[in-house]
Design a protein around this ligand. Structure first.
Ligand code: DGY
Length: 320
């Protein structure tokens, strides 16, 4: 049996595959595998393990009729045409659960980085501007006791809410497709409408998946309803916000700051005005990028491949 991985995967997942007698070939180049090469690889493999957000569309999958499974090294699967995969009988799997803490931690980090202008101060130091602080210049804001609005209170959103409540005694409000009664009880969280979330939150943290319903939901209309002191955090998918509208909202003072682990588009250009704003912090989609988490994800992705190749039910199916 042969598996092809579109990136070099962590050692623990690799070892599991090899111990199961599977021959692993990896794309070791740092650049993304070109489309032609990807098709050639899928034709000679029994399984593919995908890392990164490369589009997996019908045209590609139609050429991979020999594949038994596409195992994603991610929880998100918005890059996959699931309907086509199901129609073509191709199993798609993902790696839920194990990355919730690390991803929520990146949102938590960004919230504090924005509140204290941390990335801006770091840039000042690099420019030799250490001595320019005065008691009234370049001030941040406190987070203690403020209201956190979570958009998408699933696994990752719940960890973010827990962290913010424990560390800063934040009041938790949320908007979700469904009520989350466990969180309402454990975190004293209050369900509000989307508009109420916009109007009442001091910090809004996005933890939803990207779907036609959530696409660019944070746009000019949404930003205009937020507090001028509000901080917008997105560690989910860049497509959930409209980047031009976000830039305008920050430039005109409609909102105070933004912390992004995901951008729209990705990668963000180095000349993006967001990177020059003191109350903005941007990370290059590294939410799950810790040694422990990436190893755990690779173990799960490998287990999904091994099950599929042995004709067993996969532990983490995305389609059925
Ligand atoms: C995920 O797992 O979905 C992360 O965002 C990586 O893409």
């Amino acid at each position: 049996m042969k598996v092809f991985t579109t990136r070099v995967i962590p050692e623990e997942g690799l070892a599991l595959l090899q111990r199961a007698g599977i021959t692993v070939t990896q794309w070791s180049d740092l650049t993304e595998i070109p489309a032609k090469e990807r098709i050639a690889k899928c034709k000679e493999s029994d399984a593919m393990l995908f890392a990164g957000g490369q589009k997996i569309d019908r045209a590609f999958m139609e050429q991979c009729r020999h594949l038994k499974v596409i195992s994603l090294l991610s929880v998100g699967y918005d890059n996959v045409d699931l309907k086509a995969a199901t129609e073509l009988g191709l199993q798609i799997t993902n790696t839920p659960g194990v990355l919730s803490n690390a991803t929520a931690d990146s949102a938590f980090l960004l919230m504090q980085a924005v509140a204290r202008k941390a990335f801006f101060h770091h840039k000042r130091i690099l420019k030799g501007e250490w001595g320019f602080s005065t008691p009234t210049a370049n001030l941040g804001v406190d987070i203690e006791g403020k209201t956190l609005g979570i958009w998408g209170l699933g696994n990752i959103g719940t960890v973010m809410a827990k962290r913010c409540r424990a560390a800063f005694g934040m009041k938790i409000i949320y908007n979700n497709r469904h009520r989350n009664e466990a969180a309402e009880k454990d975190l004293d969280a209050t369900f509000v409408s989307f508009d109420e979330l916009l109007q009442q939150s001091d910090v809004i943290s996005v933890h939803t998946s990207l779907t036609p319903d959530t696409k660019e939901k944070f746009n000019a209309a949404a930003f205009s309803k937020m507090k001028p002191s509000a901080i917008f955090i997105n560690a989910a998918r860049g497509g959930v916000h409209n980047e031009k509208d976000l830039i305008a909202a920050l430039q005109t003072g409609q909102i105070w700051g933004a912390g992004l682990d995901v951008t729209n588009p990705e990668p963000m250009n180095a000349d993006n005005p967001l990177l020059e704003m003191p109350t903005v912090a941007v990370l290059p989609h590294i939410g799950s990028a810790t040694i422990e988490t990436r190893n755990a994800m690779s173990r799960i992705a490998a287990a999904n491949v091994i099950a599929a190749l042995n004709g067993k039910p996969v532990p983490n199916p995305v389609n059925h």
